[in-house]
Design a protein around this ligand. Structure first.
Ligand SMILES: Cc1ncc(COP(=O)(O)O)c(C=O)c1O
Length: 383
């Protein structure tokens, strides 16, 4: 077969998230969003964008990114975990997706063979390692979405890549200090040659509980992936980063990412500065207020309908279990409900490896009407 023939025979299946969004009726409303699209963007971000035009914004930056931004990221992370970072520990990327891609690409080239991901996970954790021929193994989560450490201990090998996501998409779980410490104890004994990749993209969006803690505070072989997509409500600016305490590894990330992107977009890196430097803190506080109020409204509905759930503390999702009502027809419910006139979009859990659940996004400024529609849809589908 030649290239064209192979291409003609290649199928590009739609991810479940896209499938549901595509089936949405024009009159439908979405609680499927993975971004704070309708939320106010802080003016300081726009000012930084504008100011960058006359300030080197249209030139290349270094491959590892804008030095001021790397320095600001390093300072923040030092505050999180106490390590003495500087800009050489930081590599700016095109969003967190690019950060995770490059870290896995680099570790694969350095000989990693297996990636451990949570059984309920953001989709790219599975897809990216597959591109580099790595084996993907899921580690079990308990019903409360915490990690089953006993099972993990039996599963993990010394040179694996271990992926952690807190606050989590889609569960909304924020791991406590005690949980991170227990995980670190296990990894320190078992993951002696491998690395943890900690996806901390929702670190600013914690609205309940004891707050966010970075896993690198507990486990120093942690590669941190973070960015501005969620904290700034600016997912389209595509700025993220990797941080590692290992300078040689940071150089490897830079080199491996340079062949993909050369450098991240300069103007957008300038726009990230006010977010990283804490100037948009007040706006982030407003986001968290809205998310918490929305979460409480969803919980009231779930209680009323007797649907089991764990109360999320961060990110902007809630992940209730619908299989008790719909058995194996949870995805079907999502597709049908999205396609109906005046319908509602929620994401089937199969998109995250958990077919019994649905993901409801809290990222909206008006959740009352969407929840009214969701209640009606669930009640009608149960009849
Ligand atoms: C857990 C998680 N990691 C990474 C990403 C990708 O982030 P970015 O848009 O910055 O590439 C997302 C986006 O939804 C996410 O939810």
């Amino acid at each position: 077969m030649n290239i064209d023939e192979r291409l003609a025979n290649t199928h590009f299946p739609l991810p479940a998230i896209r499938e549901v969004n595509q089936s949405k009726h024009p009159s439908g409303i979405s609680l499927g969003l993975g971004e704070l699209k309708s939320f106010e963007v802080d003016n300081k971000i726009f000012d930084a964008l504008k100011n960058s035009w006359n300030n080197g914004g249209t030139a290349y930056t270094q491959n590892a990114g804008l030095p001021q931004l790397r320095e600001a990221v390093a300072k923040n992370q030092a505050h999180e975990d106490g390590y003495d970072y500087n800009q050489d520990h930081v590599v700016i990327t095109i969003g967190v997706q690019n950060a995770i891609y490059t870290s896995i690409k680099t570790l694969a080239k350095l000989g990693a063979k297996r990636v451990l991901i949570p059984s309920i996970h953001f989709g790219i954790y599975k897809k990216i390692p597959a591109e580099f021929g790595l084996e993907v193994i899921t580690y079990a989560l308990k019903d409360d979405f915490s990690i089953d450490l006993e099972k993990l201990e039996k599963l993990i090998c010394d040179d694996d890549i271990f992926i952690l996501n807190s606050p989590s998409n889609p569960t909304g779980k924020v791991f406590s200090g005690n949980e991170l410490e227990a995980l670190s104890t296990l990894l320190s004994a078992k993951l002696t040659k491998g690395y943890a990749i900690s996806d901390e993209i929702y670190s600013s969006l914690v609205y309940d509980g004891n707050g966010f803690q970075s896993f690198s505070k507990y486990f120093n072989r942690t590669i941190i992936a973070n960015g501005i997509s969620k904290s700034g409500a600016v997912a389209g600016l595509r700025v993220g980063w990797l941080i590692t305490q290992n300078l040689q590894l940071a150089k490897a990330f830079t080199s491996n990412n340079a062949t993909i992107i050369s450098t991240p977009p300069t103007i957008n890196q300038f726009a990230a500065l006010p977010i990283v430097e804490g100037e948009t803190r007040e706006t982030i506080g407003k986001y968290n207020k809205i998310l918490k109020a929305n979460r409480d409204k969803v919980i009231t509905l779930l209680e009323k309908l007797k649907i089991p759930y764990n109360s999320p503390q961060g990110s902007f999702y809630i992940f209730p279990k619908l299989s008790g009502l719909f058995g194996s027809r949870v995805k079907e419910f999502c597709l049908e409900t999205a396609a109906k006139e005046n319908g509602i979009v929620v994401i089937p859990g199969i998109a995250f490896g958990a077919p019994d659940y649905i993901r409801i996004s809290l990222a909206t400024n008006d959740i009352d009407e969407p929840l009214r529609r969701l209640e009606e849809a669930i009640v009608n589908y149960t009849k």
